[in-house]
Design a protein around this ligand. Structure first.
Ligand code: F0G
Length: 450
């Protein structure tokens, strides 16, 4: 079985090491499960060379700006443009779909609804496969291929599988996808099929798929591309770097992100801490994580176990992307929440549906899991945790088109349970209208809505 580290050393001037998040043991290699050989906890990537020769913040900012004018493939990627803060690899090795480069939108209507003066959305759903996963996948798939793997694999609630399948195809590797049968959206599944992955719908939930994958990587030469893989998190860091660059390095007060397996919050937090360490930003924004009430493992872990021991849950939510009860990166997420003094909140199905429609009404939309951010912001404002004079950035993780069943169900009125719920959602619903094909019928409809 190819070793992840030795081949990497062959192809790059290695600028990074693996470090255990629990016992801090440092190593040049990582096993297929990306766990510490000594204590079994997760590994992260660290850059010891920064201790000796810290990259200069002003030079980095200038180099990143200059690369925007370049037509080199690595510079056209909104991830690899920031390669100075990523594991080094020769540029010809990079598998890229021009990921990153995602827009930062103002949300004026949602700002009015919530009462914050400046509300922004970093829309990761505008990536090549329409979710934030691409930013991590370009890095992890690149290192998979450079380490000599022919097969890459993931367990997924849908978006990881779509992204992995695409990058495997681009990189000439085979992809194996494990998804919970009947519990992911067809849009995401269709992507994995079209990109040519071997797609297995397992009769279990996401947590069951991930458990099986952990066993598989120990006995088959497949490289796992779940966010346990620390290369994924390095790529996902660039979301935060690009965001700060878009804000001209003015630090927002608050960044809010959905939490499922908790890789993305961990990556964003790592980026913020590194940017402060390197002097790219003078202070940290708060980073808060929002979960669905029915998939609230981190919320419960922090509230009921003081963040010391994971409380797993049997997850249930219509926001299928975050239907996860046993989040792998919970310790990393708890650490960044602590370091940035962020909050962890949960929101109901109704709150998610309402927030999703409100983001849709801005003309940009997102998938249900992303909408927990706006729903969570409302809660944090209500609690006084976010102040009404703060600048807030919501990380929208997936595109509206990722889950059309949810959206159509909402507008048709299939979702609201009680009469009160139906009344709360009514102004946001825009169900399709079936008419005879007559001018008169269309004009009367126009008048009705005038
Ligand atoms: N939002 C979307 C749209 C997602 O697809 C996911 C995770 C999350 C948020 C949560 O991010 O796991 O890093 O905390 N989707 C994974 C998947 C698990 O398989 O596609 P996280």
């Amino acid at each position: 079985m190819p070793s992840v580290s030795s081949s990497v050393e062959d192809v790059s001037q290695k600028n990074f090491r693996f470090r255990c998040i629990a016992c801090s043991d440092l190593g040049d290699s990582a096993g297929q499960d990306f766990r510490c050989g000594k204590c079994g906890d997760l590994l992260e990537i660290t850059y010891p060379i920064w201790k000796g020769a810290k990259p200069d913040a002003a030079s980095l900012k200038k180099a990143w700006q200059n690369r925007k004018l370049s037509a080199a493939p690595a510079d056209l990627s909104g991830v690899w443009r920031f390669r100075d803060l990523l594991p080094a690899i020769e540029e010809e090795q990079i598998i890229s779909l021009r990921e990153g480069n995602t827009p930062l939108y103002e949300l004026p209507r949602c700002a009015r609804i919530t009462g914050v003066p400046r509300l922004l959305a970093k829309h990761q759903g505008m990536n090549p496969t329409a979710s934030f996963k691409d930013a991590g996948m370009t890095v992890a798939a690149t290192f998979a291929r450079s380490a000599g793997f022919h097969w890459v694999a993931c367990a997924s609630t849908g978006n990881t599988s779509a992204s992995m399948a695409a990058y495997a195809a681009r990189g000439g590797m085979r992809g194996l996808v494990l998804v919970p049968e009947g519990k992911i959206s067809w849009s995401k599944l269709s992507q994995a099929l079209d990109y040519g992955a071997v797609t297995c719908q397992l009769r279990t939930d996401f947590d069951g798929c991930l458990k099986l994958l952990q066993e598989l990587v120990k006995c088959a030469p497949v490289y796992q591309l779940n966010s346990i893989n620390p290369f994924r998190l390095e790529g996902q860091k660039t979301l935060a770097i690009e965001l700060l660059e878009q804000l001209d390095w003015q630090v927002p007060d608050h960044i809010i992100v959905p939490g499922g397996n908790l890789g993305n919050s961990s990556a964003i937090g790592k980026a913020l801490l590194e940017m402060r360490e390197l002097g790219l930003i003078p202070k940290l924004p708060r980073l808060s994580v929002i979960q669905a009430e029915g998939a609230n493992a981190l919320v419960r872990t922090l509230r009921e176990a003081g963040g010391k021991k994971l409380i797993t849950v049997v997850a249930e939510t219509r926001a299928t992307a975050i239907r996860i009860g046993n989040p792998a990166s919970w310790k990393k997420a708890a650490h960044v929440l602590d370091a940035t003094e962020g909050a962890c909140e949960q929101v109901s199905e109704l709150e998610i549906a309402q927030a999703k429609a409100e983001i849709g009404a801005e003309g940009i939309g997102c998938e249900p899991a992303s909408a927990v951010t706006l729903a969570g912001l409302k809660k944090l404002l209500h609690q006084g945790f976010v102040k009404t004079d703060e600048t807030v950035v919501l990380v929208l993780t997936g595109n509206l088109l990722k889950d059309p069943d949810f959206t159509i169900g909402f507008h048709r009125g299939d979702m609201a349970g009680s009469i009160q719920e139906a009344e709360a959602l009514a102004p946001l619903r825009h169900p399709p209208i079936v008419l005879d094909a007559s001018l008169d019928a269309v004009i009367r409809t126009l008048e009705r809505f005038n």
